[in-house]
Design a protein around this ligand. Sequence first.
Ligand code: NAD
Ligand code: FES
Length: 273
Amino acid sequence: MYEIISKKSLNSSVEWMEVHAPFVARKCESGQFIILRVDEDGERFPLTIADYDREKQTITIIYQIVGFSTQKLSQKQVGDFIHDFVGPLGRPADLKPHKRVLGIGGGVGAAPLYPQLKRLHELGASVDVILGGRSDEFVILEDELKAFCDHVYVATNDGSKGTKGFVTDILNELVSQGTIYDEIITIGPLIMMKVVCDITKDLGIPTSVSLNPVMVDGTGMCGGCRVTVGGKIKFACVDGPDFDGHLVDFEECMRRQSMYKEEEHLCKINLGG
Ligand code: NAD
Ligand code: FES
C-alpha cells in the first residue's frame, strides 16, 4: 500500500499527487511510468512519473480526471493509500546532451514533458518550451518550467494567455524566424503530436513523442499497448513510451484510442460523473 503524502489541484480537471513509493523512487529515470490500481477491484492504468525525490522516497504523478479510474483516484485524500503502484516501467527517455532543445506540451502532456526537459537542462542543454492549453486555466507547470527554461512560450485556443492559437502556431513562428533546435520533444494529444511531427519532418528536426495507449499488464504480454512504429509492431510499455515521432503511425494510434470511449462514458455515468 502506497501512502498519499500531498495533493493539490493544478486546474479544474488536473491534479498533482505525491506518493510514498520507496522502490520506484530509488530506481526510476525520466520518461518512465508506473501502473497503479486505486483499490483491489480497480482497473490498472499507467501514469508517467512527473518527478521523484530519492531522499523522501516519493514519486509525483499528475493526472487528468477523464474517466472512472481517475475519478476514483481523485477521491483519495492525503493520508489515504493507493493499492498498487508498480514501476518503474518502460524505457528511460534517450536524452542526448544536445545544445538546444525545444519541448512542446499540450494540456496535461506538460506533465510527462517536465522531467525530460529538467534532465536535459541538468545535462547542459539550453531548453525552450511551448505550452498549450484550451485556456489560461489549462496551461500547467509554467512556473516550474520557467525555473530552468530559457524561453517559455504559451498558446491558448481562446487567447486568454499568450498567443491565441495552437502550439504549432508558435513552432511555425520560431522556425520561420530562423531559430534552430537540435531536437524537439512533444507530448500531448495525439493530433497535436502528429501535426508537430508533420512540421518537423519537413524541417529535418529529430522529434521524440510519448505514447500512452491503453495498457493492462505493462510487461509486453497482453498486447493492449500495441503501436506501429517504422512499419513494425511495438509495445509502448516495454519498447517506449518514447518513440521517434517521424516513424509513428498516428492514424492507427488515434483509432485504437477511441475504442473504449463508450465504456468509459458508461462508467462515468455510474460513478455520478
Ligand atoms: P487539449 O485537447 O486541450 O490540447 C492541448 C493543446 O494541444 C491545445 O491547446 C493546442 O495547443 C494543442 N493542439 C490540440 N489540437 C491540436 C491540433 N490539431 N494541431 C495543433 N495543436 C493542437 O489537451 P488536453 O485536453 O489537456 O488533453 C491532453 C492530452 O494529452 C490527452 O489527449 C492525453 O491523452 C494526452 N497525454 C499524453 C501523454 C503521453 O504520454 N503521450 C501524457 C499525458 C497526456
Ligand atoms: Fe500489455 Fe503493453 S500493456 S503489452
